[in-house]
Design a protein around this ligand. Structure first.
Ligand SMILES: [Fe+2]
Length: 281
């Protein structure tokens, strides 16, 4: 197995490995590379839902799909795996998030203990579109202007749980009109990585966020400035998917977004995540 860092600021490709055959030593090497690079790509993998669950479980305890996510196929059985897809079968979406653009976000930061790790396997991808970008919030914090850093450093951010990254209201939730009363969880705006000790910006997502204790207008203005900074291409790697790609990222450190794609084309991704930990400053 070889680890080739991406040319930009973040990410690496792991080559020479069939992830269904990874032994303990390989898993330890993958884990070390993952902590170092933030996001890893393995190309040319051939994974069933069971295979993806088995690979994922080597890195920690799997979390089952949330009840608020869209339909999952019966064939998944009780696997802790779910679908991100725009495909419909018998008029029913087989997965969540459709074909729309997904804004920059951290997975499920609206939980008290957001997942540490997100893993995505491309089963079927459209001829173009649907690229996923990953951005490093340690690098973003390092490059933040002093005044912005001072303004956010000791703050707590409220992370809204009502709305998905594509702007849909989740099942069982009401639309949010006042960010100060949105459902979700609160976390320090800067978090320390429990394994590496490095500090990153931890903003979750822009939509319905609130910097607690601030007047809404002031919070909105500060969040806009912070997000403008986080979205700078210099912190990011844009991944163009091929079927058989497996990507795993550190959800404590990275944010990600997805481009829209043609709704008449098919995109089927299998996804797992590992149980979380409580963010601390
Ligand atoms: Fe996501």
């Amino acid at each position: 197995m070889e680890v080739l860092p991406k040319q930009g600021a973040v990410g690496a490709e792991v080559i020479g490995i069939d992830v269904t055959k990874s032994d303990a030593q390989t898993v330890a090497a993958i884990r070390a590379a993952w902590l170092k690079h933030g996001v890893l790509l393995f190309r040319g993998q051939n994974l069933t839902p069971e295979g993806l669950a088995a690979f994922s479980a080597q890195f920690g305890e799997l979390e089952p799909p949330p009840a608020s996510e869209g339909g999952t196929r019966e064939e998944l059985g009780n696997q802790p795996v779910w679908y991100i897809s725009n495909v419909k079968e018998n008029g029913q979406a087989i997965g969540s998030l459709g074909n729309a653009e997904a804004e920059w976000h951290t997975d499920m930061s609206y939980l008290p203990e957001p997942p540490t790790t997100s893993i995505l396997f491309a089963q079927e991808v459209p001829p173009s579109g649907g690229n996923t970008s990953f951005a490093d919030m340690e690098a973003a914090l390092d490059a933040l202007d002093d005044d912005l850093r001072k303004a956010i450093a000791h703050r707590t951010v409220h992370h809204d749980s009502s709305t998905t990254s594509v702007g849909e209201t989740r099942r069982g939730h009401d639309a949010v009109f006042d960010v100060t009363t949105a459902p979700g969880a609160s976390h320090p705006a800067l978090r320390t990585h429990p394994e590496t000790g490095r500090v990153s910006l931890y903003l979750g997502r822009r939509r319905h966020a609130w910097i607690e204790g601030m007047a809404v207008g002031e919070s909105e203005a500060l969040l806009d400035r912070l997000w403008e900074h986080c979205a700078e291409p210099t912190f990011a790697w844009e991944h163009v998917w091929r079927a058989g790609d497996l990507v795993m990222w550190d959800n404590r450190r990275m944010i990600h977004r997805r481009d829209a794609f043609d709704p008449t084309t098919r995109r089927i991704m299998l996804r797992t995540q590992l149980c979380g930990d409580r963010p601390f400053k």
